[in-house]
Design a protein around this ligand. Structure first.
Ligand SMILES: Cc1cc2nc3c(=O)[nH]c(=O)nc-3n(C[C@H](O)[C@H](O)[C@H](O)COP(=O)(O)OP(=O)(O)OC[C@H]3O[C@@H](n4cnc5c(N)ncnc54)[C@H](O)[C@@H]3O)c2cc1C
Length: 512
């Protein structure tokens, strides 16, 4: 049994709490509990060698590369990530402005600066604006079914394609113009796959789609790296509170465990680690990603989870979105260009083309964002979701670099475009303690499944209450997939424990 003293432990006997996972949900929960005297014995067990989880900023190419979370979605008062980032002065002045906070984007990705098509021409701004506006209106309509009207299709993808098919029947364009319109639509659907972290919008349930809540504010980034935020939380915790390289194997619950160092005391939970270490505790807050839970649902809990909760884990969606960074000697894009869209004219949302992943994986790449604030180098960040993204993870850097050089030469119509100097990418699907990027409400599941996943155990009012609590982005009904959803979920579970111990406690906001 491992539970040694140290700074993390304060005098007096309190409730012993273990937090599994040192991402923003776990760190947020630990910080909140640490502030309450009842929780003097607190540890965070983290499987990897670093804190932050899917918030991961690395120095590279002369700047900061975000391998995980990129933007604060909806940066405005009320978004706890925005508020903390502002408090710690991690944002640019313009991103703090009232004007920025008031912007209503509807959650849509901004328009590209330039759109290249696979025949090597750039697409007219007018067509891109018109097609984007049509696409966004279809996505807005898809969000409306949450208000009660019967959803006419099971998935967002089928709904959008149905509406598009009807609209396309009325188009009077020439065949090539019509194909280009559909190719743009295909790209916008792929953008939406990146936003939802899914292989296809046909996998994303239509009826609950609108439950995801978009906060006001124009999305912004952290000039010094997103990880500045988790580093601040870490700095407020005692150094020995987090135990790194400590993957948890099984959480034994509903038991009566003892340890030699605490004679006479029993604990309802025992956390067993992969290295054989065991930690008895009164409460455990599980913040591991849904992707990890899906893979280990049958062995991670002993006794196994109640059927309803295990089913929620199986049914909810968790897909892959990756980034590919390319470093160039000289930019081939215009000054001021922020976002390059890449459209394949042979792709259409109204046609299925059966092809081998190795031949077409790169067509899922939606385009590139130009990274600002790199001094002497020029860096593009491409986004790619789904099975193609998972396939990309199996390729070598050289293979990825070669394919993307060919793509860029083709779409810019410049066969001599210099190849990027180097490539760096994320591989979230292969990461054993993540197994993908973020969650979505999949066809066959509803927002209720998120709540089922979030419900603490045991559910039957047993004597030892709140043995296992669940936090992490996938447990937030309206902000799933985001850093603010993850942070709020960690606070929610910390507050739940505090309320059990101290019903009079004044819990700090926000309670979004
Ligand atoms: C490519 C990408 C882009 C993204 N972009 C954005 C964005 O722009 N804006 C936004 O708001 N969100 C974005 N997100 C999502 C955001 O990063 C996550 O929602 C959030 O960081 C999740 O926090 P978490 O604490 O719930 O989980 P995590 O950060 O995944 O933390 C869970 C921790 O648990 C650990 N763990 C797993 N298994 C075990 C085990 N058995 N034992 C011990 N520890 C374990 C993991 O190592 C990890 O550190 C993005 C994510 C990705 C991958």
């Amino acid at each position: 049994m491992e539970w040694s003293g140290g700074q993390a432990e304060r005098p007096g006997r309190g409730r012993r709490v273990l937090v599994v996972g040192g991402g923003i949900a776990g760190l947020g929960a630990a910080q909140r509990l640490r502030a309450h005297p009842a929780f003097s014995q607190l540890r965070v067990l983290e499987a990897t060698a670093r804190a932050g989880g899917r918030i991961r900023s690395e120095r590279g190419f002369g700047g900061v590369l975000e391998l995980g979370a990129h933007w604060i979605h909806g940066p405005s008062r009320g978004n706890p990530v925005f508020e903390l980032a502002a408090e710690h002065r991690l944002l640019r002045e313009k991103d703090l402005s009232e004007e920025n906070q008031r912007m209503e984007t509807g959650g849509h990705v901004g328009l590209p600066s330039v759109t290249y098509a696979s025949s090597g021409v750039s697409v007219s701004r007018e067509l891109v604006v018109e097609t984007a506006s049509l696409f966004h209106s279809l996505i807005d309509q898809a969000r409306e079914f949450v208000r009660g009207a019967a959803a006419p299709a099971p998935s967002v993808g089928e709904y959008v394609r149905g509406a598009l098919r009807a609209l396309a029947a009325g188009w009077t364009d020439r065949e090539d113009a019509r194909r280009l319109r559909l190719a743009l639509m295909h790209n916008f659907l792929n953008v939406e796959c990146c936003v939802s972290g899914t292989h296809s919008m046909d996998l994303v349930a239509l009826a609950p789609f609108g439950e995801y809540t978009v906060l006001p504010g124009l999305d912004c980034t952290f000039p010094g790296g997103y990880q500045g935020l988790t580093n601040h939380i870490m700095a407020s915790l005692p150094e020995d509170m987090i135990i790194f390289n400590k993957p948890v194997k099984t959480i034994h619950w509903n038991g009566s465990f003892q340890e030699a160092a605490s004679p006479g005391e029993t604990f309802p939970v025992l956390v067993e680690c992969e290295d054989g270490g065991c930690f008895p505790a009164h409460h455990v807050i599980v913040t591991v990603p849904l992707g990890f839970l899906k893979e280990h649902v049958d062995t991670f809990f002993e006794p196994p989870l109640p059927t309803e909760k295990a089913d929620a884990i199986r049914k909810l969606g968790f897909g892959t979105n990756n980034k590919i960074f390319l470093e160039f000697e000289e930019p081939f894009w215009e000054p001021g260009c922020q976002h390059i869209q890449v459209v394949w004219e042979d792709m259409s949302p109204l046609e299925d083309v059966a092809s081998q992943l190795q031949d077409v994986w790169f067509k899922k790449l939606i385009g590139f964002w130009v990274l600002p604030s790199f001094e002497s180098v020029h860096v593009l960040c491409g986004f790619i979701a789904g099975l193609e993204s998972e396939f990309m993870e199996t390729l070598t850097d050289e293979e990825v670099l070669l394919s993307l050089t060919q793509v860029l030469r083709r779409v810019t119509g410049n066969a001599r475009l210099p190849a990027p100097r180097s490539v760096l990418r994320s591989r979230w699907h292969s990461a054993p303690y993540t197994r993908g990027s973020y969650s979505y409400v999949a066809v066959g599941s509803t927002g209720e499944d998120i709540d089922r996943l979030a419900r603490p155990l045991p559910e039957d009012g047993a004597e030892a209450q709140l043995q296992i609590l669940f936090a992490g982005e996938a447990t937030h009904r309206t902000f799933y997939s985001t850093t603010h959803g993850a942070l709020l979920s960690g606070w929610r579970e910390a507050d739940r424990l505090i309320a059990l111990q101290d019903p009079q406690a004044q819990l700090p906001g926000p309670q979004l």
